[in-house]
Write a protein that binds this ligand. Sequence first.
Ligand code: HEM
Length: 137
Amino acid sequence: MEGVNEIRRGTLQEQTFYEQVGGEETFRRLVHRFYQGVAEDPILRPMYPEEDLGPAEERMTLFMIQYWGGPTTYSEQRGHPRLRMRHAPFKVDRAAHDAWLKHMRVAVEELGLSEEHEEQLWRYLTYAAASMVNTAD
Ligand code: HEM
């Protein structure tokens, strides 16, 4: 008979990053805090076409959830992310990149994740931000 402390073969499921860091709530907190920064930012705020930042916040939240292994609601609503293409209408220069990452940094730190999770998240965000730059000046 199996011991009570044994894990039955095949029942140990690997958790996604999304689950490991606390699921939907964590990503909602991250992106909400980020958009509080955007709302006050003299470079970023004017770039957003809509007066209400709420819908943009929701799109970014659903994207992050999907990227990190949660539900795929983003693609159900928006299709393939194609982020570079979706950013093409906006002038993403060095200054916009730096401002974007500055607000993300604050938001990431406030999550209080483990060092490993924080590093993994931050590595992705810095890489993704660099790849979104589409204007040299
Ligand atoms: C580097 C500086 C960046 C700037 C200045 C910027 C700016 C913007 C702007 C103005 C929009 C349109 C707002 C809207 O109506 O949704 C947008 C959309 C979006 N951005 Fe960025 N962004 C940057 C980087 C990134 C990065 C690194 C990611 C992902 C890791 C990202 C993810 C998204 C997503 C998911 C959307 C919504 C796309 C859609 O479904 O339409 N952005 N961004």
